[in-house]
Design a protein around this ligand. Structure first.
Ligand SMILES: [Fe+2]
Length: 476
């Protein structure tokens, strides 16, 4: 009887989500193949890692408590270290509490606190992305707090201290863009009131004073994970998976559980002029998306490439109870949206038959410009049912693709690292972490970005949970 009443096992028992004990350092990797002599630096990533503490359980993949980890690639080999993220959210969870607003897990707060604080403070579980902003390594989630990570110990040291201003309290995306020519970081922030105000802001990487570039007001706030950026415009994608902010008052539901799919609204595209904040709007067919791939200007139009799902069902399939039953299909379609000034309707077309998530490009060279190659991880079921994973490369000009796969591994985001002095857009490598299906090991794979052949793999005796995003920080 007690067996029937026990909760199902945590998803930490499933192979892509297994984890090794916390806070490891100096773990040497076993290298097979040859790592290029020019590839020196560190792959730093964050991921959801702890899904259950005893008194608390994550109900959505995005709510797993964060872990920061790094592979250091040096002259004498590769070593690995990891550390569970010390956040207010994690401290709550280890006490069996859920005071902060999470992505898809309910808060549990005393009645009076709910009355006087109708919307909970937002989680600081920065498990989505980690990037370098000036001298600081910054871990991010979709929240109003980002955490500074110590390079040496991977410990969270303090929240990033932005100056007070109109964006104080606004929810920032975990996907900032970099404008290398102008020396700016740009990101999107959402402020909730009676309506929503979605703003693009910028600051120099070393500064923490955010300047609003332009804003858009809306009655229904769309789910925003990323945005598009060209030298002239920032592009907000108002997908029809949205919420009226009033619905979130006095609610204990997870943030995303307030959102509704309203495909009859179509997808609105809000193009913000970076020079003066002026806004023009377009509309196209309804789709759901997490990630843009790139955007650029043509003489006649602004062009945006992104990875689109036909509807928002993917969000529910990332709930932990659903993932226990079946791993999610992470194979959205690479779509091109073309927005012509003065024409409200934007056109949309599919660029490739290969579906993939966690997109990557030769970002420093092609971001905001016409480009040829996109990379990503294609994770999903094969015909016949087995769950498989490949790193893919799509040639957008020809529509052809190449891939690398290993049936023993599930891969996450491939990061493109260019070869110094390289000429071609695809002259470099992809580095991607693969979690072993059948052993307590993981691999940092180094793949030639031109041929998609495996150059080297660095294996560690650690289970690293499949996660989202990170950075390659070159050795100086
Ligand atoms: Fe993302």
């Amino acid at each position: 009887m007690s067996a029937i009443l026990s909760p199902p096992p945590s998803i930490e028992t499933l192979y892509p989500f297994r984890r090794s004990p916390e806070s490891q350092a100096g773990i040497p990797a076993k290298i097979a193949g040859k790592i290029p002599d020019w590839l020196r630096g560190e792959v730093v990533r964050t991921c959801p890692a702890v899904f259950e503490t005893g008194g608390w359980r994550a109900q959505h993949w995005f709510d797993g408590l964060g872990m920061i980890y790094a592979f250091r690639v040096g002259d004498s080999g590769v070593d690995f270290r990891s550390r569970l993220l010390d956040s207010e959210t994690a401290r709550d969870a280890w006490r069996g509490e859920a005071n902060l607003g999470s992505f898809g897990t309910p808060t549990v707060r005393p009645f009076l606190r709910r009355i006087f604080e109708p919307v909970p403070r937002v989680s600081d579980n920065t498990n989505v992305n980690i990037v370098r902003l000036g001298s600081e390594l910054v871990a991010m989630t979709e929240g109003n707090r980002q955490l500074v990570i110590d390079d040496a110990t991977l410990a969270a040291t303090q929240p990033v201290r932005y100056s007070k201003g109109p964006l104080s309290g606004a929810i920032m995306s975990a996907h900032p863009h970099f404008d290398f020519e102008r020396g700016k970081v740009l990101n999107v922030a959402t402020a909730f009131g009676v309506n929503g105000v979605i703003s693009i802001y910028e600051h120099s990487p070393a500064e923490r004073q955010r300047k609003v570039v332009g804003s858009w007001r809306t009655k229904r706030v769309p789910y925003i994970h990323t945005f598009g950026l060209t030298p002239r415009h920032a592009i907000l994608i108002a997908q029809p998976f949205s919420v009226a902010p009033v619905k979130m008052l006095w609610s204990s539901k997870g943030y995303i559980d307030h959102f509704d799919w309203q495909p009859q609204e179509g997808t609105r595209l809000v193009v913000i002029d970076r020079s003066n904040g002026a806004v023009r709007e377009h509309v196209t067919d309804a789709f759901f998306f997490f990630h843009t791939v790139n955007a650029f200007e043509r003489e006649d139009a602004t062009v945006l490439d992104l990875l689109a799902y036909p509807n928002a069902d993917i969000m529910a399939s990332l709930r932990t109870d659903r993932m226990r039953a079946d791993l999610p299909e992470l194979r959205p379609s690479l779509m091109r949206v073309v927005m012509r000034p003065g024409v409200e309707r934007a056109t949309i077309e599919k660029l490739s038959d290969v579906g993939f998530e966690f997109p990557s490009t030769h970002y420093k060279r092609v971001s905001g410009r016409p480009y040829r190659f996109a990379y990503g991880a294609s994770d999903g079921h094969r015909a016949g049912g087995a769950y498989a994973s490949e790193i893919v490369k799509v040639d957008i000009q020809t529509g052809t693709s190449k891939s690398f796969g290993d049936d023993a591994l599930i891969f996450g985001e491939p990061l493109f690292v260019s070869r110094p002095q390289g000429d071609d857009e695809d002259d470099g490598v992809l580095v991607s972490v693969g979690s072993a299906k059948n052993s307590e090991t993981s691999v940092l794979a180094v793949i030639d970005a031109k041929s998609m052949a495996l150059l080297a793999s660095a294996e560690v005796p650690n289970s690293i949970p499949l996660g989202f995003h990170g950075s390659f920080v070159r050795a100086s």
